[in-house]
Design a protein. Structure first.
Length: 429
């Protein structure tokens, strides 16, 4: 039986430490919450598991992040480009720091599982089983449980291998397709971790739907390698259709005549795509190119694709007459696809994201204090009013909700105090 709907929490733009605390106090309901009432226990680290928990939490599920005591999720302490992982993927969750290596910790976990709808984990193969919290062990506690295992590989010869996003990008040929010939290159974001997480959520929702008919839970699994393979499926199909291996994307034979990055006057860069003959007519009019519009050698997209060796340099000369803002204005007016060559930091000030409420003011734990920055919401809208999901809780401190979560599951104040005294549960100072 699903748990009652948990309390909701109202958003705030307050950048002070007090503002962060305010975000974690109950407030009025805000934003769509289609998964309200679903209880999730998340055992995870880095990106894949936390991202799956994030999607469920943003959609209204009550997600409790079970962190390993005494150190907590190591993702909190990652340096370099990974310093923002925790803040990005752990909003709208509560934290319980629990030592599963301690018998009392495992017993406490089982008490929570008895009332859970979903357990998700992305630890290495066999880890949850060694901790007494694998699928077979937990289904005995709660036969209605949906158990999501997020792994490197699905069942098969590779299933016991460790894996990482970057590892499977190379293994599946995605890195080969991304970099120039002879220089395979991972994508510039952890796209496989995130895609695998989303596929995992699809599996969870499917299993919950099936549980409604059968009354029984099940184990479901999503993986990195198979997610990467899914992404290159169109390249596999292309190879089958043509009998030729597809070249890396930087060396590909383009399907469109104009689909390139161009330099502009003043040093800017824009990507411009002209993908139909109708767009070509509007494009040549917008930039005052009657000779090109009338040239029979480039009248169709197929002809333009065959003329790229001289057409693209000629257009580059045209674009160097205008600054980036003017080219953008003309492309926009003509209905031509275009985009500035942006950087991630540019998105903090993006007017479209700001107007749509797509940047959620989130505490960046690596900075300490109450500093808030806009991080991306789920890219979803609901209903005729096009409502967006919101931030109800800031990413939690380690063990921030120990007493709250345990009390909700019937632990007495004395039991909670005893668990804390024996370091079965811990909390950040």
């Amino acid at each position: 039986m699903s748990a009652p709907e948990p309390a909701s929490f109202g958003p705030s733009d307050d950048r002070s430490a007090e503002g962060r605390e305010g975000l974690n106090r109950p407030g009025p309901a805000s934003g769509p919450r289609p998964l309200a009432g679903i209880r999730v226990l998340e055992f995870s680290h880095t990106i894949m598991g936390p991202c799956a928990g994030l999607v469920l939490a943003d959609l209204g599920a009550d997600v409790v992040k079970i962190e390993p005591a005494p150190a907590g999720d190591h993702t909190r302490r990652l340096p370099g480009f990974a310093a923002g992982f925790f803040a990005t993927f752990n909003r709208n969750k509560r934290s319980l720091a629990l030592d599963l290596k301690h018998p009392e910790g495992r017993a406490a976990c089982h008490r929570l599982v008895a009332e859970a709808d979903v357990v998700l984990e992305n630890y290495g193969p066999g880890t949850m089983e060694r901790l007494g919290c694998g699928w077979e062990q937990l289904r005995a506690v709660n036969p209605r449980l949906v158990y999501l295992a997020l792994k490197g590989f699905l069942a098969g010869p590779y299933e016991h291998r460790p894996a990482l996003d970057e590892v499977v990008q190379f293994q599946a040929g995605l890195a080969y397709m991304t970099g120039p010939p002879g220089r395979p290159l991972r994508a510039g974001a952890s796209i496989i971790d995130i895609l695998g997480a989303v596929f995992g959520v699809v599996a969870v929702l499917s299993a919950l739907r099936q549980r409604g008919a059968t009354g029984e839970g099940q184990r479901v699994c999503s993986s990195l390698f198979e997610s990467a393979v899914f992404l290159v499926g169109s390249h596999m199909a292309g190879a089958a259709a043509t009998g030729e291996p597809p070249p890396p994307m930087p060396a590909r034979r383009g399907a469109w005549g104009i689909y390139d990055v161009f330099d502009t006057a003043g040093g800017g860069q824009l990507f411009i795509g002209v993908t139909s003959d109708q767009q070509w007519a509007r494009f040549t009019e917008a930039f005052g190119l009657p000779e090109m519009a009338a040239d029979p050698r480039i009248a169709t997209n197929a002809q333009r694709a065959g003329a790229r060796s001289w057409l693209i340099p000629a257009l580059q000369e045209v674009f160097l007459r205008f600054d980036q803002a003017e080219i953008s204005r003309r492309c926009e007016a003509a209905g031509i696809s275009w985009a500035p060559v942006g950087k991630p930091a540019d998105l903090f000030e993006d007017p479209h994201l700001a107007a749509g409420g797509q940047l959620l003011q989130t505490a960046i734990s690596a900075l300490g204090g109450g500093a808030l920055f806009g991080l991306p919401a789920l890219p979803l809208e609901f209903g005729e009013d096009r409502a967006r999901v919101t931030l109800r809780r800031q990413p939690p401190r380690m063990g921030e909700h120990n007493a709250e979560v345990l009390a909700e599951h019937g632990f007495s104040a004395e039991e909670i105090t005893a668990l804390s005294a024996r370091n079965v549960i811990v909390a950040a100072a």
